[in-house]
Design a protein around this ligand. Structure first.
Ligand SMILES: [Zn+2]
Length: 366
């Protein structure tokens, strides 16, 4: 089956439901992730002054390697599946693009080579690959995680095991997943005296995607670790509070409703994106990409997001209050008129961020 993405055309096997990366008789290609790849091309264009080489760490059909090569990068790809390696090589040739595809264990390959940008796009958790990725990357590490149930606390034990943090299944679950992932990535990089600062992150269609800019040095790594901490949350009234610390001091009873609370962490409490970078990326997505408008809308929404570590779901709040909800724009205007900052978020049409606490939100509308 031939697939066109942006300016390139690649051959992929027909994938059946349940096919996994590099196994069975179909090399994995996920059409749902075209948006993810279009944004990646925008990022690669945005950082092309400082970066030249790109590694598609688990390349499968080679779609990411092909698109990075088309963006002018010197590309390498890696896969343990010989069928994937052959297909990725053919796909580079089909587009008359140079690049090296290696039939190797990707962790071994990353331990031996350096690349300006290392892209991890595995099926499931990226954790088995992140140590080697931080060892291999000079400037940026890009990470996709599709195991959103462990990340957001829906599969609790699996999340604790994979990410070394306690996730909680809150009403802001996409952001919980992102911040658990960022926590694990920042802590992993810090072990190598490396600060891995997120400059763009999004949660879309059941995957988490983040781009981390690397800075070398123990002090830089220490400064990022100071942005880790804990979120206390009340499932009943949706109250929440966060504290930047690695020494947990959980609240046990909700100050609003006295219900017992639960605690997530350590999670990343710092900014999940750099607004200026996000705007540059939006302007760097090719006009002829398959999802250009959708990608730019998403990035505009992220750039406008208030910088708080959690968001609210307006429907959940009104459900809790037993009242019909107010139109979102009017709702946000009322919060702003009462002196609070407020914004929509990219996590969903009914989600918002605000500097108001849950009790203060209630008071604005009652
Ligand atoms: Zn409460």
């Amino acid at each position: 089956m031939e697939v066109r993405e942006g300016a390139v055309t690649i051959e992929v096997s027909e994938t059946r439901h349940g096919a996994s990366e590099g196994s069975g008789d179909g090399v994995f290609y996920n059409p749902v992730q075209e948006l993810n790849r279009d944004i990646t091309v925008g990022v690669l264009n945005a950082v092309s002054d400082e970066c030249d080489s790109y590694l598609d760490a688990m390349c499968a059909s080679g779609i990411r390697a092909v698109r990075a090569a088309n963006a002018g990068y010197s590309v390498a790809g890696c896969d343990v599946d010989p069928a994937a390696v052959e297909l990725a090589r053919e796909n580079l040739e089909r587009n008359d693009l140079p690049g090296e595809i290696h039939h190797r264990n990707v962790n071994a390959y990353m331990h031996e080579t350096h690349h300006d940008v290392v892209d991890l796009d595995p099926f499931g958790t990226p954790i088995p690959f992140v140590d080697a990725a931080f060892r291999s990357a000079r400037k940026y590490v890009c990470v996709t995680a599709t195991d959103t149930a462990p990340l957001c606390g829906a599969h609790f034990e699996s999340g604790v095991r994979s990410y070394g943090a306690v996730p909680r299944n809150t009403e802001f679950h996409p952001e919980m997943g992102l911040r658990v992932l960022l926590s694990a990535l920042v802590r992993t990089a810090a072990r190598y005296d490396l600060a891995a600062r997120p400059v763009l992150s999004h949660v879309s269609s059941h995957y988490v995607r983040t781009y981390l800019r690397l800075e070398r040095g123990a002090q830089a790594a220490d400064r990022l670790l100071e942005q880790l901490g804990y979120i206390d949350h009340c499932q009943k009234c949706l109250w929440r509070e966060h504290e930047r610390t690695l020494v947990a001091d959980p609240t046990t009873a909700c100050p609003e409703c006295d219900q017992s609370t639960w605690t997530a962490g350590p999670v990343w409490l710092g900014p999940a994106h750099d607004t200026e970078f996000v705007e540059t990326v939006a302007g760097s997505i090719p006009d002829d990409a398959g999802t250009t408008d959708k990608a730019r809308d998403l990035l505009a929404s992220i750039a406008a997001e208030l910088e708080t570590p959690t968001h609210y779901d307006q429907h959940r709040l009104y459900g809790r209050w037993g009242e019909p909800n107010v139109a979102m724009d009017a709702f946000l205007d009322s919060l702003r008129d009462s002196g609070y900052d407020a914004s929509r978020t990219h996590y969903g049409g009914t989600t918002f961020k605000t500097t108001a606490g849950v009790g203060e939100i209630y008071d604005v509308f009652h």
